[in-house]
Design a protein around this ligand. Structure first.
Ligand code: SF4
Length: 474
């Protein structure tokens, strides 16, 4: 009621609200802002646990700019760089679906609960299919790329359903991962997930886990209210989305996510519960992309592709790096993570920043001109990112995380990819982690930050606190 009154008083107010899934503390409940979602990590459940339905905000003060003339000049240069980038044009046409064919082509596309990495039916879900269904191009305020696409389902029982998306991740997790090569179904399922307030990545991966558990006889129709869980069945997807959001029947178990669900089910199901630190993996298999995979393994929020994306391996940007080589990937991952940590605290959009469609030095100049503070150039920016990363890491360390948690389900460590462009690849966890911790200046045996590194970053107080807890690396 308070929320509604705020919105009535100021129609320009922006809102962040949870849906029925957040109210029921589904572990991967989202927060909805306009037509977009804060999807990962279950922030909707956090709000639900505090009986917080939503927040409305509005502002009426101008935003002061330190050097407006210089800022305008720099932004003109930034726009020039973005306009010249091939990636900008592809994002303008397809949104993130631009990468669907590529990820499949390089054999990195999760298919049937990450057992395989090439989707034979991928063409039915490609970017052009999205363009055919796009009714509106839009985006974040003042963005020249406008990668958001409002799409609608064209045919069949879901015709007319519409959504802001689907993004690449949802193409895969509601599509290829479950062997459902029908974009109209994906759009409708995406709309349901948004309306209920659940993350499409975690939802799809959890349903995929449930289907494999059913195939192996770990779940039966007695557990699923008679529903036969199988690949390629849209009824399974649509039914389970609702059951999860409302914690009905089997949905109550699946609402816990794959880590907790597999711990409850046992019988070896941990082997194919696809997560890192309890967060379901996104639509990339870590085995054929070592730095990208290492980024997901060591991400401070668990299995996220968004924080330290290995663009060099996946897109060859800003410079191409061999995907399968493991040497140098620890160092590369540290670079990608530090760059992203800095970029996100400046609120640079991740897409052009990580692929460097606009050059890092123009971004640092813009921040300096806007704030009037000389933060230095890109070297200093990376140092800021490193500092952020170490503070986040220290938070996790305080909560009990260490090297044991920087890992993957055994499927990726023991099972070579059976076929397709990346056949034979596994994830070489131990050597990759060793190099990563060395590059971070942390203790290799435990993965804990060292006093020397924390003090170098002006974080002595954190080093003192971790030492008191016996959680400082040697
Ligand atoms: S800022 Fe980024 S996410 Fe937003 S519309 Fe532009 S490219 Fe897309």
């Amino acid at each position: 009621l308070i929320l509604k009154e705020h919105i009535i008083r100021n129609p320009r107010a922006e809102t962040a609200v949870i849906g029925p899934a957040g109210e029921r503390l589904v572990r991967y409940a989202t927060v909805q802002c306009g037509t977009r979602q804060l999807g990962r990590g279950g922030i909707g459940a956090v709000m639900g646990s505090k009986n917080l339905k939503g927040v409305a905000v509005y502002g009426d003060k101008p935003i002061p700019i330190a050097n407006e003339e210089l800022l305008k000049e720099l932004v003109r240069e930034q726009v020039k760089q973005l306009a010249a980038a091939h990636g900008t044009k592809r994002m303008q046409r397809y949104g993130t679906a631009a990468i669907h064919a590529l990820i499949n082509q390089i054999g990195d596309y999760p298919y049937k609960n990450f057992r395989e990495t090439f989707y034979p039916d991928h063409e039915k879900l490609n970017g052009e299919e999205k363009v055919k269904r796009t009714i509106r191009n839009t985006g974040c305020p003042n963005c020249m790329i406008m990668c958001w696409k409002f799409t609608y389902a064209r045919e069949g029982p879901y015709a007319g359903a519409w959504v802001d998306g689907p993004e690449y991740e949802t193409f895969c997790t509601f599509g290829g991962l479950l062997d459902i090569p029908n974009l109209d179904v994906v759009i409708y399922a995406n709309q349901l997930a948004d309306n209920y307030g659940i993350d499409t990545i975690s939802t799809g991966v959890t349903i995929s886990f449930a289907i494999e558990a059913f195939e192996r006889g770990i779940l039966t129709t007695k557990d699923t209210d008679g529903l036969e869980l199988k690949w390629g069945d849209e009824k399974v997807l649509l039914t389970l989305i609702r059951k999860i959001a409302f914690r009905e029947g089997i949905g109550d178990l699946l609402a816990e996510g794959v880590k907790r669900a597999s711990e409850k089910l046992g019988r070896g199901s941990e082997y194919f519960a696809i997560h890192v630190k309890g967060l379901e993996l996104p639509a990339y298999d870590p085995r054929p992309v070592k730095a990208h995979g290492l980024g997901m393994v060591t991400s401070n929020i668990g299995g996220s592709h968004a924080i330290g994306y290995g663009t060099q391996e996946v897109f060859g940007l800003p410079t191409k790096v061999d995907r399968y080589t493991i040497e140098g990937k620890g160092k590369l991952t540290v670079y990608n993570q530090n760059r992203l940590a800095w970029g996100e605290c400046c609120i640079w959009c991740t897409f052009p920043t990580r692929s460097e469609w606009h050059k890092p030095d123009i971004l640092t100049k813009i921040i300096n001109a806007a704030t009037g503070i000389d933060f230095g150039g890109f070297e200093e920016a990376l140092k800021i990112g490193e500092r952020i990363w170490n503070v986040e890491k220290a938070f996790n360390v305080r909560e009990g995380f260490d090297r044991r948690h920087d890992t993957l389900p055994e499927r990726f460590l023991k099972e070579p990819i059976p076929s397709g462009p990346s056949a034979g690849q596994i994830f070489e966890l131990e050597p990759l982690l060793n190099e990563y911790y060395q590059a971070r200046g942390w203790d290799v045996a435990t993965g804990l930050p060292t006093r020397a590194k924390l003090e170098e970053l002006d974080l002595k107080d954190i080093a003192d606190e971790l030492e008191k807890m016996g959680r400082l690396g040697g």
